[in-house]
Design a protein around this ligand. Structure first.
Ligand SMILES: O=C(O)CCC(=O)C(=O)O
Length: 294
C-alpha cells in the first residue's frame, strides 16, 4: 500500500496517526470530515434526483430501483454517474475536503473514478454481501479506495458498512462461483477463516466519512429501521494506478486528475488477479449482481 506522500508534503486534513491507522487496519472513520453546508447541498441534489425517478418503472444503468418503487413512494438502491447528473456532486468530488482526505491516504497525485449513492432505503434496504472492491476493478497497484459520506446519521440498525480490520493484508478472494459465473461477492465456503467475527460497524453522524482499502473485506446488513441510510460513495485512486479493465461507470469526469499531476509512469505491484467480466458495454450495480446470483 502506498500511503506515503512521495513529495514529502504534509498531510492536508488527516493526522499522521490517521494515516498509520489506515495503513494498519485498512479502514478509517472521520466524524465531521464534511461540514453541514456540504451535507445540505448534497441532500438537496439527491432529493431532486430521487424526485426525477417517480415515473420510472424499471432500472437502467444509472438508476437502480428497489422492488416496491412507485410514483408515490420511490425506493432506490443506487444512483450512479452523479457527477454528470448534477454539478453539485462534481464540485464535491473535486473541490471539497474529501479529495484532500483521499490525497492524504492515496498520494498527492489523485484521480477521480466514480461517484454514486447507495441508498439502503428505510424498511428493508438490501444487504450487501462480503466482498473486496479490487476484484471489481483491478489496477496496476492497490492505491485505490472507496470513500463513503454519510448524508444521514448512521447507527448499527441502519445497515452500516462493516469491515474486517486488517483484512487488506490478507489474500484476494475469488468473486466467481465454481462454474465461472461472476457473483459479485465471496462464497461463504471461502470465508471460514476470514475473521468475520472481528468485523466492526462503521457508524457516525451525518458528515462522517468512512474509507476502506480496496482489499478490505466488507459488507452491510439490510436496513430494517425506519430511517434511510444514503451514502455518497466516491472512488479515487493514485494517478499511477492504471486500470486493467473498463470502469463500471465511465462518466465524463472519470479519470480526471483532482489533486497534483498526471502520472508519467505506471506503478506496478506484483499480483495475480482474476479479471472481472468485461463491463465496457454497461454495468448495473452490485445489488443486481448479488441478487441475481443469490
Ligand atoms: O452501501 C453499502 O453498504 C456497501 C457499499 C459497497 O460495498 C459497494 O457498493 O461496493
Amino acid at each position: 500500500m502506498n500511503t506515503q506522500n512521495s513529495r514529502n508534503e504534509p498531510p492536508r486534513v488527516l493526522s499522521p496517526g490517521d494515516q498509520q491507522f489506515y495503513a494498519d487496519q485498512g479502514y478509517l472513520v472521520k466524524e465531521g470530515a464534511i461540514d453541514q453546508a456540504w451535507i445540505d447541498r448534497l441532500n438537496s441534489a439527491m432529493a431532486r434526483l430521487v424526485d426525477g425517478t417517480r415515473d420510472m418503472t424499471k432500472s437502467d444503468q444509472t438508476y437502480d430501483l428497489e422492488t416496491g418503487h412507485t410514483r408515490d413512494t420511490p425506493r432506490l438502491r443506487r444512483i450512479a454517474y452523479l457527477d454528470d447528473l448534477d454539478p453539485v456532486f462534481w464540485e464535491f468530488c473535486k473541490d471539497s475536503p474529501l479529495a484532500d482526505l483521499a490525497a492524504d491516504l492515496l498520494g498527492p497525485d489523485l484521480r477521480f473514478r466514480e461517484c454514486l449513492i447507495n441508498f439502503k432505503w428505510a424498511g428493508g434496504g438490501q444487504e450487501v454481501k462480503w466482498h473486496q472492491d479490487f476484484p471489481f476493478y483491478p489496477l496496476t497497484n492497490t492505491s485505490v479506495a472507496q470513500f463513503l459520506v454519510c448524508l444521514n446519521d448512521v447507527g448499527p440498525e441502519q445497515g452500516p458498512l462493516q469491515v474486517v480490520p486488517g483484512s487488506h493484508k490478507g489474500p484476494f478472494y475469488d468473486h466467481y462461483d465454481g462454474d465461472g459465473n461472476w457473483l459479485g461477492y465471496i462464497d461463504d465456503k471461502h470465508l471460514d477463516n476470514a475473521g468475520l467475527e472481528r468485523a466492526v460497524d462503521l457508524t457516525g453522524p451525518a458528515g462522517t466519512v468512512t474509507v476502506h482499502h480496496c482489499a478490505t473485506l466488507h459488507a452491510s446488513r439490510a436496513n430494517l429501521s425506519d430511517l434511510g441510510r444514503p451514502v455518497v460513495i466516491v472512488t479515487y485512486c493514485a494517478c499511477d494506478a492504471m486500470a486493467y479493465t473498463a470502469v463500471s461507470y465511465p462518466s465524463s469526469n472519470c479519470k480526471k486528475v483532482v489533486r497534483g499531476e498526471e502520472a508519467k509512469f505506471a506503478r506496478l505491484e506484483p499480483m495475480q488477479m482474476r479479471l472481472p467480466p468485461d463491463w465496457s458495454d454497461g454495468y448495473t450495480s452490485i445489488f443486481e449482481h448479488q441478487e441475481e446470483e443469490a
